[in-house]
Design a protein around this ligand. Sequence first.
Ligand code: MG
Length: 358
Amino acid sequence: MHNKHSFCAYTEKIIGINIAYIVLRNTIIGDRMTGYKTYEYLWLDGYKPESSMRSKVKATDAETPPDWSFDGSSTQQAEGGSSDCLLIPVQTYSNPHGHDIVMTQVQSADHTTHPSNFRAAAEAVVSDDWWFGFEQEFFLTDPETGEPLGWENGEPRAQGDFYCGVGAGNVVGREISDAHLQACLDLGITLTGTNAEVALGQWEYQCLGKGIKAADDLWVSRYMLYKIAEEFGVGVNIHPKPKTGDWNGSGMHTNFSNEEMRSNGSESLFTSMCEKLGKVHAEGIEAYGSDNDMRLTGLHETQNIDQFSFGVSDRGASIRIPVYTVEHNWNGYLEDRRPASNADPYKILSHIVGTLNK
Ligand code: MG
């Protein structure tokens, strides 16, 4: 009895001290930071053939995230003598777990569209009538060696058990995929699913959106993937063929539709769209990511990069007409299977919608 009483008193004392500390700390922080919010600005740099992502954090008492600037000479976006580039916020994602995320597009100091900015062109052609579902594939890697997770002792056994694999030895990195899914949903980004992919250490998530925001969301989802993997001490590789040989590459199959395709479709509508995209196949490949020739070989569920084809339910085609579309009396969507995992979604939108709007 005595002991129990002492214990309770002790606990109450500790709790009391903690509460006093929290009140004091909040008073100090509150006084110092009244009305301040923190934003994590994200932008795409000037590296080629694909941009990398950059970010920095701003604390401000402004109601909405203001325009900001950065040193473009450090990101291959300006010369040292005149190095200011501008960050223009385009989407803000409220983040319950940290700084709100601000997707921006880059302008030159005179407010013209920067040459590295492919969003402006996409925004000019894409309306919210267009929906996109990106299937982003990637490898999780050991940042020291660059090897995929699970490959520490050399090549794993042949592919077969790893796709949607269950159990130690059949799957690695599940905790990262799950944390990433939750983080994106908490930002209001519509990830509709995740799965372990065909190669060990390879994963996929599906990201759905409307209009230009679909591409903004995809970039932010990639950003969250890199950041969350960072917390686990793990790297991310979105190269389309990190491992040569009998290993699947990484793609970003792009499902798309507009209102007509969804609710007033016909076989001739879908066929004519595929044919239109086929006529500019080379331009599409140009827009769909570098080193894609290593992945589009005609093997591993791909069409050869030099050929264009389309077909119902055909995963060896450039564009697949899903059974769903046919079974719904030709109302539905198309899947362009050509984009690589490293493709810039802004360029994909520009190519698909720019071609089909003509
Ligand atoms: Mg896949």
